[in-house]
Design a protein around this ligand. Structure first.
Ligand code: CA
Length: 477
């Protein structure tokens, strides 16, 4: 009898210990990151034209964030914010890409243009808590050697340092090596095949190689950024589309296939239930460049309308982390750093001086407050603040405007004259936030602003001249 009891206790002890070990096993983390994709351009976001079965399937198993923002409506600064978990302007990374007309000199000459080496990245933090880390694809946060991903917290790198490149191997290499394909550090070698597929191959190899230990892969696709390179077989899937729209659809199909293959590999290795998978995008679609569609939102890449800064964002959690299927309050991609760090067993309290928060308590319903009372954006004189349901945008060429984003997500009704006190308070709060920022380390010529503003107006309210509207009564529905 006693012997049996002992056996039972021993069995229970083993079950508890094993169960505990299982519960504490660090989840793997895969960040699937698109470039310049339209807010609407995925099946799970409502598109009827795009074919994205793999991402749609992933979305069904994920928390879908309905108001997810990036820290900037352009590539480089948005990535800097995500990588460091904070507003990039705090270290002088203004809302400007590293300017192409200067980077044409050489990657080495852009000494100041990148995330300062004094900043820690998400890769640094994940390594600190025992993760093997990899970065694949587009980097675009500093071309000089000291800004290289392998020196910024990533054990492995396969991709390019710059902001855009051909999807097929260059037949003739450009003079500037910023966008040459590079494996590890300084090993330049053009790839075979289509880059979106190749980045999935790299990720799959990495998963295979590290299947027994916790890993973090940042898969930074350049899809669907220009140039509009698509595979013939993918183009054929869209007989009813034409021109750039057909090309962006084919490029998105390839992106979906790549994401699907990565998820399939996790399944095959039995890792899916213990892997966090996030899919999101770096900034709103530049409709005039790649025929992406941001509806129902107004605006595009490079402006502060919702279509520039609000992105598709889904997070598939490991089996043991139960959460709601949608999340409504505004979040930011800079929340990923503390969220991943906490999921990996790190103590977020130790991550000093960031703006992001661990999202898990919010999506699990343990914290019912907003993750952020206010969110901010700035580029030179332009700026925006989201506070509660409200958003104020400050323009370079006209008075600021105020919108209620929950009632008016298309930003058609400027209600600043109806809420003068709120308008003033938010304008002031934006300024107070700016007082905490570093001076910009580099800036674009002011003339570049015109293109951004023209594009904003062109894609605001489907091309109507928004600047003439003042109040609701001026709008004819
Ligand atoms: Ca981009």
């Amino acid at each position: 009898m006693i012997k049996n009891k002992t056996q039972i206790f021993f069995l229970l002890f083993v079950i508890c210990v094993c169960g505990n070990i299982h519960a504490q096993k660090k989840p793997n983390i895969i960040l699937l990151f698109a470039d310049d994709a339209g807010y609407n351009d995925f099946g799970f976001q409502g598109s009827k034209e795009m074919i994205t079965p793999n991402l749609d399937q992933l979305a069904k198993k994920s928390v879908r964030f309905k108001q997810a923002y990036v820290t900037d409506p352009t590539c480089g600064p948005s990535r800097a914010g995500l990588l460091t978990g904070k507003y990039q302007q705090r270290y002088g990374y203004e809302e400007n890409n590293v300017p192409g007309y200067m980077s044409a000199v050489s990657a080495q000459d852009n000494e100041e243009m990148g995330i300062p080496v004094s900043e820690k990245t998400i890769g640094d933090y994940m390594k600190k808590i025992g993760y093997t880390t990899a970065f694949y694809g587009k980097w675009h946060v500093g071309g000089a050697d000291r800004f290289h991903p392998t020196k910024r917290g990533f054990d492995e790198f396969y991709g390019f340092r710059g902001g855009a490149r051909d999807y097929f191997a260059y037949k003739k290499l450009p003079k500037d090596r910023l966008n040459w394909l590079e494996e590890g550090f300084g090993n330049y070698k053009e790839h075979d095949g289509y880059l979106t597929d190749v980045l999935a191959d790299q990720t799959i190899n990495f998963i295979e190689k590290n299947k027994t230990k916790p890993f973090f892969a940042f898969v930074s696709f350049n899809a669907v950024h220009t140039p509009m390179d698509a595979k013939e077989e993918d183009l054929k899937k869209f007989p009813n589309l034409k021109g750039k729209r057909k090309e962006v659809a084919a490029m998105t199909l390839a992106l979906d296939r790549a994401c699907g293959r990565i998820v399939e590999k996790l399944k095959e290795l039995g890792l899916e239930d213990n892997t966090v998978i996030v899919f999101t995008n770096d900034n709103g679609g530049p409709t005039d460049k790649n025929a992406s569609i941001n509806t129902p939102l107004s605006g595009t890449k490079s402006n502060h309308l919702e279509g520039g800064i609000r992105v598709p964002f889904i997070m598939k959690l490991p089996k043991q982390m139960k959460a709601s299927t949608t999340y409504d309050y505004p979040v930011s991609t800079f929340d990923l750093l503390p969220t991943f760090y906490a999921m990996g067993g790190g103590n977020v309290e130790e991550v000093k001086n960031i703006d992001g928060v661990d999202l898990l308590p919010y999506v699990k319903g343990e914290n019912v407050n907003r993750p952020h009372e206010s969110l901010f954006w700035r580029k030179d004189g332009r700026g925006a603040i989201r506070k509660g349901d409200w958003k104020l945008i400050r323009f370079p060429d006209r008075p600021a405007q105020l919108f209620n984003i929950v009632e008016d997500e298309k930003e058609l009704y400027d209600v600043s004259s109806e809420h003068p006190e709120l308008f003033r308070a938010m304008y002031k709060e934006l300024f107070e936030w700016e007082l905490t920022l570093e001076r910009p380390r580099w800036m674009l010529k002011k003339s570049y602003e015109k293109y951004d503003i023209d594009r904003m107006d062109k894609y605001w309210n489907k091309g109507q001249e928004k600047s003439d509207f003042n109040t609701k009564k001026d709008i004819k529905n």
